[in-house]
Design a protein. Sequence first.
Lengths: 267, 267
Amino acid sequence: MSSPTGCVPFMRVSVPGIEAPPTAGANGHFAMLGRRLALHSRLNAGDRAALAGLQAERRRLEPYGYLIRAGQPTTLCAVLLTGFAFRQKTAGDGGRQIVALHVPGDALDLQNLHLGIADHSVQALTRIEIATVPKAAMQEIEKARIGLSIAMTRDMLIEASLYREWMLNLGRRDARTRIAHFLSELHIRLRRMDLAATEGLELPMSQEQLGDLVGLTPIHVNRTLRGLEEDGLIVRERRMIRIPDRAALATAGDFDPAYLHLEKAAD
Amino acid sequence: MSSPTGCVPFMRVSVPGIEAPPTAGANGHFAMLGRRLALHSRLNAGDRAALAGLQAERRRLEPYGYLIRAGQPTTLCAVLLTGFAFRQKTAGDGGRQIVALHVPGDALDLQNLHLGIADHSVQALTRIEIATVPKAAMQEIEKARIGLSIAMTRDMLIEASLYREWMLNLGRRDARTRIAHFLSELHIRLRRMDLAATEGLELPMSQEQLGDLVGLTPIHVNRTLRGLEEDGLIVRERRMIRIPDRAALATAGDFDPAYLHLEKAAD
DNA sequence: CGATCAATTGAGTCTCTTCAATACGCGTGG
DNA sequence: CCACGCGTATTGAAGAGACTCAATTGATCG
């Protein structure tokens, strides 16, 4: 039952240098957003300065704490600094569906303030830290700096692209493929933010939550994970998932990262 | 097998007055987009004029014709004038998932030009007519007119909201609920554009395509439709779907239109 | 009046769910 | 330091919803 390589933590939830304000400026929490946006968009010095200069309030939330409640007005405008958050919707019969998972650095509804009433909830998955700014300040920046406006639009479009891929996952792939796909996606997203080693990741959720994410019962999740392990595609040690062969897992998960739009856009 | 009320067409695919250029301006095709955006956002006279003045090219496409191909650069920037279009993704095993359905008036990738490579395909479902404008013209308008920029952002966010609801549909609802939900959604979207009567709609797709949309096999779609009909929730006459009791169908489909964001936003 | 595609129906199978119970890990308090 | 309690993980067995395979009917069109 014990891992042959020992229990090396593949991921650190709080990475030194990310948690702390990385630049000068008012308080600099939003500079992290700048780094994130710079992954896919070109920002000039002014754009970065504008973000770094935002007066952000730092907040901490315990697991299941709400950032946004379905049915309530949307006022939040935040960046996830540490920990994981998720979006969820609930069906009439009580069934839950996690429709998105957010990793540190993700923008949380910088734009959704354009919609009046939240159509879903956003909650902390683990203990998290977020930086929030007033809605007005964000709208101002959006108007004043075209570069940031475009970058945020692109961020939004990439999230929509993930939604589409998840629909394909839910609608047209079986349990095994679905879970392998999700693990591949999460791994690559974490590695991109330097939050996971190449050889594996720590799953930040219970099997029940994973079930709500991939549209399966926790029982079937459990059996499917075992199946993946028996086939050598993953090695489990508590919630540590070691991935001996990323390409093999990607194949099993029908995973092609194109939809993540990891490349930097031209303009 | 024949409908007791006869075969009254509930929907006309090409509505007089919508197909034709409704206003003056260069050629006015994009004025339709203005009317659409005005459903959820406030546009001033200048915004409308800017849209109406766009030099748009009118194009016609046969069913299955591509507007956008997955893997290709995104250059299209269009509005759907008549007919239906859909977005789809394909799994490795050949399974298809329709991830969005577009009705006349819908904006087709006004914004996706911000992403380099298309992650999915957009195709005509029926014979369609679209109005396209050069990418550059759209980007210019987006920069020059804040009101339009916000309206288009909101349009994008609403589409993302539909994606989330569809994920819930695919992941957590059974076949019957799923289909009832989709029918309720389509009906309300069509009625909003005056493309369907209150008592029903014409389904613009085959049962196989409906299967690809709700993540089911065509056989099971067929049986589920029959089940809905046997319970009096719908009455079918070819592809005409009569809905005797909208509230009942909505209940069966666990349908709450909040996610469509039909209300007009404040700012 | 075939030809063709969509819709329908039947029968059997399988994936995934439901129900039920047990084991494990970990923090807490005695 | 160990017993207890609780949430998570695991396993078994049975049932149901959806799928596959196969064949027939129906509608439309040249």
